[in-house]
Design a protein around this ligand. Structure first.
Ligand code: 3PG
Length: 410
C-alpha cells in the first residue's frame, strides 16, 4: 500500500482485469482534424505501460461543444498507438451497445479509446459526484469494469461525470500522470528544497495574485518574482506611474480592481515579492529599455521585463533549489519581447528542481527544446493554476474519498 491519501495502480493487481482510465488527450487541432501537439497524448504512455496486462478502456474529451475542434477521438487513437507501439482501437461510441460489446469481448493487453465523452451532453454538467454516479453513462459502463483510474489531471478541476462519477461506482485510483503532477507541484506549493522561487507572469492577473498569496501563506515559496501583466499591476500598486496606455490595458482586461489587491499582497509579504526594476516598452515594434523611475509620460506599452530585471531575476532563479514558472514574462509571440520569457526559462534549467506550469510557458519550454532540462512540465492549464492557487480539484478530492471508502471496507 502507498501511504498517499489516494490510491494508485500500485495498490491493485490489475492483471487480466478490465480498467476504465480517464485521460486528457485534449489538444490543438487544425481544421482538417490533424493533431498539432501531442504532449498530453505522450504523457499517458507510462500509465498504459503499467496497465499492459489489463484490458484498458480510455475515456477522453476533445475540446468543447460549439468549438471548431470539437471532434472525434479517432486521430487520437492512431497517435497513442504510434507512441505506445501497440494497437489502440478507436470505438465510435461512448456507452451504447456497440461500445459495451467491444469492452465485453476484450482480451488482456487490448486498449480501446472510446468516442469523445463530451458528445454526451450530461458529461459537461457540473454536479456532485453522487449525482454523476446516477447517470445513464455511469450505470451502463460501471458494471463492465473492475477499476477506474483518473489520469486526467488537466481536467480534474472540472466536476464532470467522467472525472468524479466513476470514483463513486468503482474501486478507483490515480494514474501515473496524476501522481506525477501532484507530487511535482506539491514540491513547489508545500515547499521543496529552499530557496523556492515562483516566477509568475502571463495575462491572468487574478490567478497570479491568488497563486502568490497561496504559496507565500503556506510557506512553500521563499520569493515570488512577478513578470507579465501582473508585474505591471504590481508596479502600479507600488506607486509607479506606468502610463495611461498600460493602465488602460489593465482596465480593458477587467483588472483595475486588482491594483488594490496587489497593494495588500505587497504589504503583507514585504520583501518576498519581486517586481521589475526596468521594463521593455514597445517603441514601434522595437524594445525600448526603460528604468521604472524614468518611464515616459503617457507611456508606451510595456511588453516585457527589462534587461536589468532579466539579469537580476535570472541570478535568483539559478541559485534556487526549486523554481516554479507560470505564464510568460512578456509578449512572447513577438520576437523582441520574447527575451524575458526565454532567459527566465534558460535560468530555470540551471536551478535545482524546475517546474513549468501548463499552457503557454510549457509550450515555450518545448519550443526552445528544453523539455528534457526541466524536472516537470505540467499537462494542466486551468487545473495547474487552480492547484497552485490552493483550490481543491474535484477530480483529486474524488480520488481521496474513494481511497477512504476503500480502506474502510478492506
Ligand atoms: C484543458 O485543455 O485545459 C483541459 O483539457 C480542460 O479542458 P476544458 O477547459 O475544455 O474543460
Amino acid at each position: 500500500m502507498t501511504a498517499k491519501d489516494y490510491l494508485t495502480i500500485d495498490d491493485f493487481d490489475v492483471s487480466g482485469r478490465t480498467v476504465l482510465v480517464r485521460v486528457d488527450l485534449n489538444t490543438p487541432m487544425d481544421p482538417e482534424g490533424n493533431i498539432l501537439d501531442d504532449m498530453r497524448i505522450k504523457s499517458h504512455i507510462p500509465t498504459l505501460i503499467d496497465l499492459e496486462d489489463a484490458k484498458v478502456v480510455l475515456l477522453a474529451h476533445q475540446s468543447r461543444a460549439g468549438k471548431s475542434d470539437f471532434t472525434t477521438m479517432k486521430p487520437h487513437a492512431k497517435r497513442i498507438s504510434q507512441h505506445l507501439g501497440r494497437k489502440v482501437e478507436y470505438v465510435d461510441d461512448i456507452f451504447g451497445s456497440h461500445a459495451r460489446d467491444k469492452i465485453s469481448s476484450m482480451n488482456p493487453g487490448d486498449v480501446i479509446l472510446l468516442e469523445n465523452v463530451r458528445f454526451y451532453s450530461e458529461e459537461s454538467l457540473k454536479r456532485p459526484a453522487k449525482e454523476h454516479a446516477e447517470t445513464h453513462m455511469a450505470h451502463k459502463l460501471s458494471p463492465l469494469f473492475d477499476f477506474f483510474f483518473n489520469d486526467a489531471f488537466a481536467v480534474s478541476h472540472r466536476s464532470q461525470l467522467s472525472i468524479t462519477g466513476f470514483t463513486e461506482t468503482l474501486t478507483s485510483g490515480a494514474g501515473r500522470v496524476m501522481e506525477t503532477e501532484i507530487s511535482s507541484l506539491d514540491r513547489g506549493i508545500k515547499g521543496g528544497e529552499s530557496p523556492c522561487i515562483f516566477v509568475l507572469g502571463g495575462a491572468k492577473v487574478d490567478d497570479s495574485l491568488k497563486v502568490a498569496e497561496n504559496v507565500l501563506t503556506k510557506g512553500g515559496a521563499d520569493r515570488v518574482l512577478l513578470t507579465g501583466v501582473v508585474a505591471n499591476v504590481m508596479l502600479a500598486a507600488a506607486g509607479v506611474d506606468i502610463g495611461k496606455v498600460n493602465l488602460d490595458f489593465i482596465d480593458s482586461q477587467g483588472y483595475t480592481d486588482q491594483i488594490d489587491r496587489a497593494k495588500i499582497v505587497l504589504d503583507k509579504f514585504e520583501g518576498k515579492i519581486g517586481y521589475p526594476i526596468d521594463v521593455a516598452m514597445n517603441d514601434s515594434g522595437k524594445r525600448l529599455e526603460v528604468h521604472i523611475d524614468e518611464l515616459p509620460d503617457g507611456g508606451l506599452p510595456i511588453n516585457d521585463i527589462g534587461l536589468e530585471t532579466i539579469v537580476s531575476y535570472s541570478g535568483e532563479i539559478k541559485n534556487a533549489k526549486t523554481v516554479v514558472l507560470n505564464g510568460p514574462a512578456g509578449l512572447s509571440e513577438v520576437k523582441p519581447f520574447a527575451l524575458g520569457t526565454h532567459e527566465i526559462i534558460k535560468a530555470a534549467t540551471e536551478s535545482g528542481y524546475s517546474i513549468a506550469g501548463g499552457g503557454h510557458i510549457s509550450a515555450e519550454v518545448r519550443n526552445l527544446g528544453y523539455e528534457d532540462k526541466f524536472s516537470h512540465l505540467s499537462t494542466g492549464g486551468g487545473a495547474c493554476i487552480d492547484y497552485l492557487a490552493g483550490d481543491l480539484l474535484p477530480g483529486i478530492e474524488a480520488l481521496k474519498d474513494a481511497a477512504v471508502r476503500y480502506r474502510l471496507n478492506k
